[in-house]
Structure formats: C-alpha cells, structure tokens
Design a protein. Structure first.
Length: 271
DNA sequence: CGCCAGGCTTCTA
DNA sequence: TAGAAGCATGGC
C-alpha cells in the first residue's frame, strides 16, 4: 500500500482494488451520500471524509488528515486485507465468480460497532432506502453537529431517550429494541469491544441477549463491525440464494471468507 | 392500491 | 422444537 499527499489531498493506492460505489451502497452501511458525481461523503466515529476513486486501485481523501486516513479510513475500508488472495479463493465457485467479474472488488467495511448494531436493528423487515432515512433522522435529531453533517449518536445519548423521543424516527416496533440495545451498551451489560475478542458462537449469543437482535442482526454486526470476516448472515435473499445454488451446503472454498462471499451473493440475489 | 422489505418475539401445538 | 401470527411503516 502507498500513501501520498499533495495539495491537501491524500491518495491511498496499491492495496489490491475496490469498487467504491458498490462497496458503499451494497447494504452494509447506510450513511454514505454521493454529493456529486463520483464524490462520496461519509462520517464515522465523528470523523468526516470526502472520498473519490481515481482508478480501480486508489482512493483519494480530501479534507482528511493523514492521521485520520491511517487510523480511521484504512481500517474502515479494510485496505490491509489481501483481497486478491481472498477473491482467487472464493471465485472457485462459479456463482461468486460471475458476480466478481461484473462488480469488481467489494470490500467488507469495518464500521463503528454501536452504529452498526443499531443500524441493523433498524434494518429488520425494512428496505434499504427507509433504513437510510431512519438512520439519518436519528443522527439529525440526536447526533452531534459536525462541519458537514451529524455524527451517529452514542449509546449513552440514546440510552437516556424515551420511546416518545424516538417517535420522530417512525421506526415502529423497532424503537424499544433500539432503546434496549443502547441501554445494554451504555451500562456495560454488554461490551462490543469484548465481543470482538470472543469465539464466534459466544459473540453471537452475547449479541442476541439484546431484545430485537436475532441471529441475522447479530451476524451482520459481527461481519460489518467486529472483524468476523467468516460470518455469513442469512436474510431472505441469501436464504433464497442458498436454496437455489447451494442446496447441499456452502462450497468449502468460502471457508475463511464467507462474509465476502455472502456480500456478492446478496448483490446477485437482489438482481 | 397491494406487495414487499438485509427479522424478531411470542404464542401455539 | 418447529411453525405461524403479529408487529409499524413506507418504498415502489
């Protein structure tokens, strides 16, 4: 990987490739916006970025410090993982191979865990445009103002809100789930940092102690924010793909990278 | 208008 | 232990 600075921009390249637009809008994260053609605005851990893609294997950050690029955004985009090696493995399966040929390199994001957990609680039986809208409303109402937008509100902040406060979200039956998650995280009853260090089954079971968190939401939280790259969340699309393509079980070439394989299958199964 | 959405909890047999 | 009902809201 190479990092170069020039005229206030920071260029990261030679990390093995990314399709930025697909990575940001394939249903892992819900806060990115394309502010103008090819320019993507995002915020995580209270840090904002404007990102553009110069070519298949480089990203340009404008308005970010070099420290933020190295400490926040390179981990966020999973740029230190060897995706060419991972892709050569999972493309032994023909379904994934055709998806990779069409889409290029999807990256599994490493999001802020509380934001990820909360977002996927909201995702239950919902569609992506509306998930994004509810998350945006949550941030605009209860997150700290930043230069260009709003940070995701902390678990501590949300834990002190009431169902009435959260009625502005129009999130329906998910509101008490959001509150239970916030209270368990804020009180320390569960520690997302500790869950990241647990064995897979224990991590999943611990997340599922939150009301409104079943296996699928737990798996998404683990995959997209806690470093469990081999976790395979099964939603209704993936369940259909499994029945159609893998009735006798997942191919062994997915082992170690089931999360990424799942992401390609998710795109395929949504047509 | 009707169908569907990156599910979960609770009730039932 | 498995399957169905109920859940709140709005995108398309």
């Amino acid at each position: 990987m190479k990092i170069t600075e020039k005229s206030g921009e920071i260029l990261v390249s030679d990390f093995g490739g990314i399709n930025l637009r697909e990575t940001l809008f394939c249903g892992q994260a819900f806060r990115w916006k394309e502010t103008e053609d090819g320019v993507f605005y995002g915020i995580t851990r209270g840090r904002e970025a404007l990102v553009t893609q110069k070519n298949e294997d480089s990203l340009c950050f404008s308005g970010s410090t070099r420290e933020d690029v190295e400490q926040i955004w390179i981990p966020y985009f999973d740029l230190e993982r060897d995706y060419p090696a991972v892709l050569s493995k999972i493309t032994r399966d023909s379904v994934v191979a055709s998806a990779v040929n069409k889409t290029g390199t999807l990256r599994i994001l490493n999001q802020e865990p509380w934001e990820c957990l909360c977002s996927f609680i909201i995702s239950a039986c919902n569609n992506i445009p509306r998930i994004s809208k509810i998350v945006a409303t949550l941030c605009e109402n209860f997150g700290e103002k930043t230069a260009r937008g709003y940070a995701f509100p902390s678990a501590q902040t949300v834990a002190f809100l009431s169902e009435t406060d959260l009625s502005v979200l129009h999130a329906g039956y998910r509101v008490p789930y959001i509150l239970d998650a916030a209270q368990k995280v804020a009180s320390g009853e569960i520690s997302l940092a500790e869950i990241a260090e647990m064995p897979v089954e224990k991590a999943e079971k611990t997340l599922m102690t939150v009301n409104g968190v079943g296996k699928k939401v737990a798996d998404c939280t683990m995959l997209y924010s806690l470093g469990f790259f081999d976790t395979y969340p099964v939603d209704r699309h993936i369940a259909r793909a499994n029945a159609e393509f893998f009735p006798d079980g997942l191919p062994s070439c997915f082992d170690g990278a089931k999360g990424l394989a799942q992401q390609y299958l998710f795109i395929v199964s949504k047509r």
